[in-house]
Design a protein around this ligand. Structure first.
Ligand SMILES: NC(=O)c1ccc[n+]([C@@H]2O[C@H](COP(=O)([O-])OP(=O)(O)OC[C@H]3O[C@@H](n4cnc5c(N)ncnc54)[C@H](O)[C@@H]3O)[C@@H](O)[C@H]2O)c1
Length: 387
């Protein structure tokens, strides 16, 4: 029986992923697998028995990744599970920026006690008139899980879509609508697009990417949408450009004193992934990652170990080894297994920075003594008999 615990409430549909061979326990000490959302784990003492932690969501700054890696605990997240929720809010952001929906609704609330409101609204509505998005140019910067969905949905709504991502994955490229035009120089997006939406991670290389200079290239009515992270955009420069009417609108999902209430800014309180469906998707994905790791040793979507997968184990046994990404480790493993008369039928080793992971399929049972010898090798953090 495998045991897991939840440090935050996790959607039921996710917990249903666990078969009858899994038991939910209350205490961390009793668990092998942990599901978490935002609970702070930095001050928690991690018990020896914990094999894996899955964050139902994207951000992992509540989890001590290095400490986990050194203790042989793999940490997963659920990239892309909330992509549709964010995509839909980006579409709403474009519509809010194009039509004065907010202004119109606020005027109605201010006049809610007026018996003649219907007639007055007919007169007033020209003040809230806007534009349609059909046929407008949309530039998508970053074509990952969210960017691809935004680009495709906008193309289906009749927009002319331009995509920029020098590091696009093969999978994302396959999923991109064929009408999305590839842009090699991001400046072309700044100069020509009516709507510009950014969907890149916040890294040293992307921080402040939408700079004062980038903003100065934009069209007079350009709408900038930021549902990725506020630090990707020089927001002081954005607010200045809006005040001077050099650009049209800034839509952001990250409230802060610079943008909230500023002229031309539409700000939402980090609602991108706040849907019941996103929560469900994250919970299901997190639980599946844990099961695949516990039952098969496969690592998919880890943030502290390399992804490494050998599918289902078809041989007599499988062992997994978490270790430092040092030279000569594989030779040491195969020597110990060979000396114990254990034939290796398949082996995969993947490294990521300081850490590496080996999966070894074997044709006979590996004894506890052999596992002990493997775990005594300098640089090995954890050895596990998966099957
Ligand atoms: N508003 C919200 O609630 C919410 C929810 C989820 C994610 N996010 C944010 O959205 C971001 C994107 O999420 P995702 O799931 O699409 O991530 P992803 O990792 O699937 O995609 C990111 C894409 O950005 C590309 N990229 C990296 N550097 C680039 C650069 N300099 N120029 C152009 N492209 C670059 C990558 O190649 C990748 O394709 C996340 O990093 C996160 O900050 C926000």
């Amino acid at each position: 029986m495998y045991k897991y615990t939840c440090l935050n409430p996790i959607a039921d549909v996710g917990l249903k992923v666990f078969s009858k061979e899994y038991e939910k326990v209350e205490q961390l000490e009793d668990a092998q697998a942990v599901l978490v959302r935002s609970a702070a784990m930095h001050d928690l003492e991690l018990p020896e028995g914990i094999l894996a932690i899955a964050r139902a969501g994207a951000g992992v700054n509540n989890i001590p990744l290095e400490e986990c890696a050194k203790k042989g605990v793999v940490v997963f997240n659920t990239p892309g599970a909330n992509a549709n929720g964010v995509k839909e809010l980006v579409l709403a952001g474009m519509l809010y920026a194009s039509r004065d929906i907010v202004g119109g609704m606020e005027w109605l609330l201010d006049n809610q006690d007026d018996e003649g409101i219907a007639k007055k609204a007919e007169k007033k509505k020209k003040n809230f008139a806007g534009h349609e998005i059909l046929g407008k140019k949309l530039g998508v910067i970053g074509l990952g899980a969210i960017g691809v969905l935004v680009a495709n949905a906008a193309a289906h709504l009749g927009m002319e879509v331009y995509g920029y991502d020098p590091y696009i994955s093969v999978n994302a490229a396959w999923n991109l609508d064929h009408t999305v035009k590839h842009i090699g120089n991001v400046e072309d997006i700044y100069k020509t697009c009516d709507f510009i939406t950014i969907h890149v991670p916040l890294l040293d290389s992307t921080k402040g990417m939408i700079s004062k200079e980038a903003i100065s290239m934009m069209k007079e009515n350009a709408v900038v949408l930021n549902f990725a992270r506020d630090l990707l955009v020089d927001e002081k420069a954005i607010v200045e450009a809006l005040e001077e009417e050099k650009i049209g609108c800034y839509v952001s999902d990250f409230p802060n004193p610079i943008t909230v209430g500023a002229k031309g800014c539409i700000v939402t309180p980090h609602l991108g992934a706040s849907t019941a469906e996103s929560e469900d998707n994250c919970a299901v994905m997190a639980a599946k990652e844990l099961r695949d790791y516990i039952e098969n040793g496969n690592i998919v979507h880890s943030v502290n170990y390399p992804d490494c997968s050998m599918g289902l184990c078809e041989t007599v046994g499988r062992i997994s080894i978490m270790h430092k990404n040092n030279k000569g480790m594989i030779a040491k493993y195969t020597t110990i297994l060979g000396d114990a008369d254990v034939n290796v039928s398949d082996l995969t080793n993947k490294g990521k920075g300081e850490y590496a992971y080996s999966l070894i399929d074997v044709d006979s049972k590996v004894s506890d003594d052999v596992l002990e010898k493997l775990s005594e090798i300098d640089g090995v953090f954890r050895v596990r008999r998966v099957k």
